[in-house]
Design a protein around this ligand. Sequence first.
Ligand code: FAD
Ligand code: NAD
Length: 464
Amino acid sequence: MKDISCKLLVIGAGPGGYVCAIRAGQLGIDTVIVEAKKPGGTCLNVGCIPSKALIHAAEEYDRIVHLASGRNGLGIRTAKPEIDLSQTIAWKDTIVGRLNTGVSSLLKRAKVKVVNGHARFRDGKTVEVETETGRQVIRAENVVIATGSAPVELPNLPFGGSVISSTEALSLTEIPERLAVVGGGYIGLELGTAFAKMGAKVTVVEAQARILPQYDAELTRPVLKKLQALGIEVMTRAKAKGLAKAGGTLLVETESGSEVSLAADRILVTVGRRPVTQGWGMEELVLDMDGPFIRIDERCQTSMRGIYAIGDVTGEPMLAHRAMAQGEMVAEIVAGHRRVWDKRAIPAVCFTDPEIVAVGLTPEEAQKMGEVRIGHFPFSANGRAMTKLGEEGFVRVVARADNHLVLGIHAVGQGVSELSAAFGLALEMGARIEDIAGTIHSHPTQGEAFQEAALKTLGRELHI
Ligand code: FAD
Ligand code: NAD
């Protein structure tokens, strides 16, 4: 097979890698991308997209179950619904398939050469790819490592049999009667909630003192309330110890040190993700590390000239939109543009019920920097939220007391993920409280709670 030479080689076609390659192609850079599996990476194939499809199906089902109960107050009556998970999964797969094709078409349109196979560094400028038709050698002036992340496996609870990761959970064709979820973080709660809505008896085992420890307690309280309403048992300060010999039972060590046996048909382990730094010849390079991650500077450059790293392999937050933003920036740097990572905030959204959005500093973080103003507006005082039976939750604005610069915006509530764009824009534009308070927000929308929270920090709230 003839060797390929190019200006830019991207390893991994997840959100970081494929966006980098598309932008590079648009800029006229001679670009090659190598992908071992399917275009779109974790996010498109076994992460963001399939999980949100499953969450949506579960929400729809739960909504109809609720309506069928006749206790909905809306005057709607319907027959008891049924869910066929194998059909739901088939529907999810069609969405994934359409997006796989979409990414491939975008790469083609940008004139990016796609090589299917597993890449391995021979040296800092040369990579070998095992393809279906043989070994392909690629030489490149610049290389971007975008190899992503994989689920963390617990040594005492290895994946296999009834112990599954998010990847298997997103392809189950039968709803487990009893599901134990180890780890009450993003994935455990997003998927745990979805399975509970579809009828599974779910127990969450979380090592920390509370669920979603990455968010402040005020934001997670409504989520905990809903978990309880769904009949999900939450064990905190509890650690999974392993499977009982007889099988079908998870042994959990509780806070007091006692051992509890949890009968479970499936055990979903979601205790974080680890960077993929093995299996592609990192030992042939001399890369500085930042713990388990590849160390990068504000241009995503590694310690080796001409080698960049982006996305999950470079550390927290392991989010698709961070990977994409890094990918776009690196493509422009390779094209000679003057770019540097100058983002003020990376929004985080947790697609639980209700959803959580966090952009910028929490009140506690902001208070460490000086005096702050905090405005809080509950959805129970928002007309649109009432009409959607979504009164639980609030929007919270944190700003500097002296010049009113907004430092953080948070929300918990039904459908608030869609407010993350407005929150992110406000922070990125350096908004003052008066900018948000003075912007006309359409009525009736949940976005009005954003304006009201800003008004409240000024002591000028109107609807509460
Ligand atoms: P990845 O998406 O992991 O892609 C890396 C790619 O590199 C893979 O396709 C892999 O096959 C390929 N690769 C690796 N090594 C090689 C090699 N040697 N040769 C060739 N190819 C290679 N993030 C959000 O922002 N929002 C969400 O709602 C969200 N939901 C999630 C739900 C789940 C269940 C999971 C697991 C993750 C979720 N994430 C979410 C996280 C998100 O998926 C990741 O942050 C994102 O995919 C990281 O992108 P990446 O490009 O760095 O790596
Ligand atoms: P996570 O870090 O969100 O949560 C892991 C949880 O497991 C933590 O609460 C931790 O305290 C707990 N834990 C760790 N070891 C444990 C043990 N032995 N027993 C019990 N609990 C234990 O990790 P995740 O849910 O696996 O998700 C991985 C990453 O994927 C996230 O950090 C995030 O970056 C990304 N993700 C994002 C989204 C989103 O943006 N909506 C959704 C899913 C995943």
